[in-house]
Design a protein around this ligand. Structure first.
Ligand SMILES: [Zn+2]
Length: 52
């Protein structure tokens, strides 16, 4: 999950991985489009979180 930087909506990331491989991943940024406001922005690893 990520939180939209424009509208603050929690949106499911198009970049999907399980927790273990995510921790091992070292990507710099990923473009995500918010389905709520339609803005496309780069998101960094620190912006992603897992929802139980
Ligand atoms: Zn948004």
């Amino acid at each position: 999950m990520i939180k939209c930087k424009d509208c603050g909506e929690r949106i499911p990331a198009s970049y999907q991985q399980d927790t273990v491989s995510f921790e091992a991943t070292n990507f710099t940024e990923q473009l995500e489009k918010c389905p709520n406001c339609g803005k496309v922005r780069p998101y960094f690893k620190a912006d992603y979180f897992f929802e139980e």
